[in-house]
Design a protein around this ligand. Structure first.
Ligand code: UD1
Ligand code: UDP
Length: 360
């Protein structure tokens, strides 16, 4: 049986690496297709090098554009690619435009689809990711969930629960597999940071595309930087807007390029706190026990709040919440979320190989 993985963005690479590795161990025939949605060295190549992902068999070079343009280009390129490769199973990850496009192409070509990280819901349809997630889950034959709440969402949406497998979180496989490579002291020194600092990442449209929100974020972060230094590796989306809104040159703010996985996680591991709107970073801080303040009104990852260190905050709440964290508020929960144990990849590979034995 031949499995074809479609990846396109930074979070896809972090999630796919342990699944590809586990299927390799299982002796599976695999093809890796990179859509090229992310293409900068620091948004793409560095992850392939650090995470042990094989070179993609194809890079479709789709690149950036409006949602319509990018999705249309993805659909056209993926249709040709998938038809030519004729896989027995197509595997997609997360909730990005590459995920949706690959799912739609697989469905129309009548190719079975597996979705890794199925069932997450923010219930906010203004998020492009929420649209992508809901549609992909309707098309999948195998659905791999990271948490029990996700299984519940799928059941309520009428997905046959016989297709849903609660396997844990492959992003955490990658984290646990690289713990030994993280070097907080070296990463801190490389960026001229003092011993106590926070890491900040922001890239969601709701925070960085809306001018009002950008100003509010820049104001809140500038004030936060009076309490401790901020290391701010910025995604290309929002870099200019946040810089121009006053973040560039603010005392204590270290604006950085996007970081490679090992450098980024090294900084996170040594941080007193993290401020973010990322999906993956809410999960990673949960497992590392680093306090996380999420600048959003919803999260599709509620276990990071109930079983982790995460807290949702408004711009106005950020600085007071940070003050509490730095004063040494809550210790992290003793147990992380169930099955976030570094073995999600092998569990997925087990289900996939058994499925292939029966269907391919
Ligand atoms: C995408 C995902 C988002 C995810 C994020 C992870 C969708 C709808 N969104 O958002 O869910 O959280 O990736 O990082 O798929 N750009 C570059 N270099 C690159 C890639 C992008 O400069 O290598 C710039 C371009 O100006 C581009 C913009 O970033 O227009 C946005 O890129 P895009 O792929 O459309 O979405 P992201 O914001 O990266
Ligand atoms: N990440 C990284 N360098 C950075 C920012 C993020 O290596 O500068 C990693 C980190 O592991 C994170 C993952 O990339 O979980 C995906 O991050 P992003 O916030 O881009 O995507 P999201 O999870 O919000 O979709």
């Amino acid at each position: 049986g031949r499995v074809l993985h479609v990846v396109g963005t930074r979070p896809n690479f972090v999630k796919a690496a342990p699944v590809v590795a586990a299927l390799r161990t299982a002796g599976c025939d695999q093809v890796l297709v990179h859509t090229g949605q992310h293409y900068d060295e620091r948004m793409s190549d560095v992850f392939f090098r650090q995470l042990g992902l094989p070179e993609p068999d194809t890079d479709l070079g789709v690149g950036s554009g409006s949602h319509a343009r990018q999705t249309a280009d993805l659909l056209v390129a993926l249709e040709t690619e998938l038809a030519a490769r004729a896989p027995d199973l197509v595997v997609v990850y997360g909730d990005v435009n590459s995920t949706l496009a690959a799912a739609l192409v697989a469905a129309k070509l009548e190719m079975p689809l597996a979705h890794v990280e199925a069932g997450l819901r923010s219930f906010d349809m203004a998020m492009p990711e929420e649209v992508n997630r809901r549609l992909v889950d309707q098309l999948a034959e195998l659905l791999f969930a990271t948490s029990a709440d996700a299984v519940g969402h799928l059941a309520r949406e009428g997905v046959d629960v016989g297709r849903v497998h609660l396997v844990g979180n492959p992003m955490i496989d990658t984290l646990i597999g690289h713990l030994d490579h993280f070097d907080p002291a070296a990463a801190r020194a490389a960026h001229g940071l003092p011993e106590r600092y926070a890491v900040v990442t922001l890239h969601r449209p709701a925070n960085v595309d809306d001018p009002e929100a950008v100003r509010a974020a820049a104001r809140a972060l500038t004030e936060a930087a009076r309490h401790l230094d901020l290391a701010v590796p910025l995604h290309p989306r929002g870099r200019q807007a946040l810089s121009e809104a006053g973040l560039a040159g603010a005392p204590g703010v270290h604006l950085l390029d996007p970081l490679g996985y090992v450098e980024f996680m090294s900084l996170v591991r040594g941080a007193a706190a993290v401020i973010t709107d990322s999906g993956g970073v809410q999960e990673e801080t949960t497992v590392l026990g680093v306090p996380c303040l999420t600048l959003r009104t919803t999260t599709e990852r509620p276990v990071t709040v109930t079983h982790g260190t995460n807290r949702l905050v408004t711009h106005a709440e950020l600085v007071p919440a940070l003050g509490k964290v730095l004063a040494g508020g809550q210790p992290p929960p003793a147990e992380g979320p169930p099955l976030w144990d570094g073995h999600a990849g092998p569990r997925i590979a087990d289900v996939v190989t058994r499925w292939l034995d029966h269907h391919a």
